[in-house]
Structures are given as structure tokens and as C-alpha cells.
Design a protein around this ligand. Structure first.
Ligand code: FAD
Length: 322
């Protein structure tokens, strides 16, 4: 019996998400007195694969078929199900991101395995196997009991964190041949963003809301983000208005993030917004309204006009960095 974790790579490199998944899998394996087998699909160098051992993986199965160079949820679900059977996995852990949402249900059908989706804590109980997830935009929580022999957990991104557990993992290179009829996805063109910190990976996020008043006022916010090596984000109305790109929208209907520091500028703190950012370690709010709900979730607050506060923050950070 082992805990299997599917790790995603981007152009052969793992991101924080994969290390978080392995950290979580290690926690589950400890509870079960079991071991962690990480599965990597695609071309990843050995030095990169070894990094999974730093978070507790005991074994790394590296599948590097030509057929599987780009994500195909049907084919990947097949590959993970085959490895899961071979490893006699009792728990399978996948991210609750878009890839996980496409792969996990297919895997569930293949393995007749129940799913706990969007889980954000280690299992509460092993018998019955009970997982915890937030519900209703974080205003409630649910305890989900998974009764099947094999259990799938999709982990909410940034909900667990990274835990160093050095392990000298073994690497097994295998080839799982996939029936061509399963391969339905053809990638014709890839357009990559360059030079931007990925929002879901960022340690610091500077985010603007409708209180920024106009898309023309974003310069000091972007400058502050750049000085802090932070990603930029926004509330939903801001992206709906086209002031900022949709990929920056955080909240219930946008990205769920949990950086160390979230600076919310001119954001009221509606529950739908907080649903995406409330797991941040520290929230700093800048708002003209001292009664804005965001102050209820923030550890630090500045009551003031963003147009005056942001340039002063920029100057202060520049002075510190000199
Ligand atoms: C089904 C559903 C899903 C939703 N999903 C999301 C979601 O995923 N993400 C999301 O963000 N929203 C979401 N919303 C919208 C959400 O309810 C709020 O309307 C939205 O978050 C408000 O955005 P805001 O805080 O930028 O704007 P506002 O609520 O207009 O707040 C602006 C804030 O700026 C302050 N302000 C004004 N001027 C200044 C100034 N000069 N300096 C500093 N502060 C100033 C004001 O005091 C105010 O607090 C959703 C709504 C629904 C119904």
C-alpha cells in the first residue's frame, strides 16, 4: 500500500504546487504508516525529479513517453490508474487545479474510487476516512467521508504549504503505452507569458480593486509589485471592466491564492473576494473606508487614499532597497 501523488511539471520543471502535493502526500502517508510514490509524466531531468525527494517522496516513477508530451486528461488518467494498480495505492493525491479537475474524475471512474475534492487539510480521521474542505466560499466547511477502497484527494492549491522532509528517493523510469484512441488532445500552438511572476506561485501579491478608480491609476501598484518581486492581482469587477486581465482575478470565481503577503488596495473585502485570498498568511489592506470588511481579515491596515499611499510605499521600499 502506498500514497500516490501526481506531480505536474511545466517544461520539465516542477513548481511550488507539485512540492506542496508531495508534502501533503507525505503527511497522509505518515498517518497511514505508508510510503509516498510520486508520478511524473513528461520530460523531466533526473536532478529535477530528485527535488521531489526533498518533500518526502520515497519513490519517483518517471513516465516519459513521446505520446504523453502534452496533457491529455483521458490518457493521463489511464497512465495514473495503471501505476496506481501496480503500486497498490490506497490514496491518490492530485491538485485541485484545472488539470486535476479534468484528470481526477476520470481516474475515479477507472479505479472505482471516491473523491474528496478541494480538500485543504490532512484527513481528519482514517476510519471512516474523512477529509475537510471549505464550502460556500469559505463561509462553511464540510467533512467528506470516502468509503471506497481507493481514495482520491484533490488538494486545494496553496492550502497546505511546503514541508521539508529529505528523502533519498529512488527513481524508476517506465514506459506506459497508451492506446491511440485515448489521445484526443492535439496542441497546435502554445503562447507563453514571459517575465511575469505566476500569481498562484507568488510569495507576495499586490492586488487592486475598484477603489483604484481607473485603469490609468495602476502604475504605482505595478511598480510596488515589481519592487517586492510580487505578482499583481485584482478583484472581479476590475477584470470585468477590462482594467486588468482576467488571469489576475482572485476570488470565488477566480484564482485561489495563499501567498505570504497579500496587499489589498481599494478592495472592499466582499466574501466572494475573500474566498480566494483569505488563506494568505498576512493581509495588508489599504482603503479609505475604515469600516471596509477587508479590515476584518487584515492583520495590518492603512486607512487612506490609495493614490497617496501607494507612491509613499513605493518610495519607502526603494529607500530600504538602496
Ligand atoms: C456569484 C458571485 C461571484 C463573485 N466572485 C468574485 C470573485 O471571484 N472575486 C471578486 O473579487 N469578486 C467577486 N464577486 C463580486 C463581489 O461580490 C464584490 O462585488 C467585489 O469583490 C467588489 O470588488 P471591489 O472590492 O474591487 O469593489 P468595491 O466593492 O466597489 O470596493 C471598492 C473599495 O475601494 C475603497 N476605495 C474607494 N476609493 C478608494 C481610494 N481612493 N483608496 C483606497 N480605497 C478606496 C472603497 O472604500 C471600497 O471598500 C462575485 C459576486 C458574485 C455575486
Amino acid at each position: 500500500m502506498s500514497v500516490l501523488v501526481y506531480t505536474e511539471n511545466w517544461d520539465g520543471k516542477f513548481k511550488k504546487l507539485s512540492f506542496e502535493l508531495v508534502s501533503y502526500a507525505t503527511g497522509v502517508a505518515k498517518m497511514l504508516n505508508s510510503t509516498v510514490t510520486a508520478v511524473s509524466v513528461g520530460k523531466v531531468e533526473e536532478t529535477e525529479l530528485r527535488k521531489l525527494g526533498n518533500y518526502g517522496a520515497n519513490k519517483i516513477i518517471n513516465v516519459n513517453n513521446e505520446q504523453l508530451v502534452s496533457l491529455d486528461s483521458q490518457a493521463y488518467a489511464y497512465v495514473i490508474s495503471e501505476i496506481s494498480r501496480k503500486e497498490n495505492a490506497s490514496v491518490i493525491i492530485i491538485s485541485n487545479n484545472n488539470t486535476g479537475k479534468a484528470v481526477a474524475p476520470r481516474l475515479s471512474v477507472r479505479l472505482k474510487a471516491g473523491i474528496g475534492s478541494g480538500v485543504s487539510k490532512l484527513p481528519l480521521n482514517l476510519n471512516p476516512f474523512t477529509v475537510y474542505k471549505r464550502a460556500y466560499s469559505g463561509n462553511a466547511f464540510a467533512h467528506v467521508i470516502i468509503k471506497s477502497d481507493v481514495k482520491i484527494i484533490t488538494l486545494a492549491q496553496n492550502s497546505f504549504g511546503l514541508i521539508d522532509t529529505a528523502n533519498n528517493a529512488t527513481i524508476e523510469n517506465i514506459n506506459v503505452s497508451v492506446d491511440g484512441s485515448l489521445l484526443k488532445t492535439v496542441v497546435k500552438d502554445v503562447q507563453k507569458q514571459t517575465g511575469k511572476i505566476v500569481l498562484t506561485d507568488a510569495d507576495i501579491v499586490v492586488s487592486g480593486g475598484r477603489g483604484m478608480k481607473s485603469p490609468d491609476n495602476w502604475t504605482p501598484l505595478v511598480e510596488l509589485a515589481s519592487l517586492l518581486d510580487a505578482a499583481t492581482a485584482c478583484s472581479r469587477p476590475v477584470s470585468d471592466e477590462g482594467w486588468r486581465p482576467h488571469e489576475e482575478h482572485t476570488g470565488q470565481t477566480g484564482k485561489i491564492i495563499a501567498p505570504n503577503l497579500y496587499i489589498a488596495v481599494g478592495i472592499s473585502g466582499a466574501t466572494q473576494h475573500l474566498a480566494g485570498v483569505s488563506s494568505s498568511k498576512y493581509i495588508v489592506a489599504i482603503n479609505t473606508d475604515k469600516d471596509a470588511p477587508i479590515f476584518g481579515s487584515a492583520q495590518y491596515g492603512i486607512v487612506g487614499d490609495a493614490m497617496k499611499v501607494l507612491p509613499r510605499l513605493v518610495d519607502a521600499v526603494k529607500a530600504i532597497k538602496k
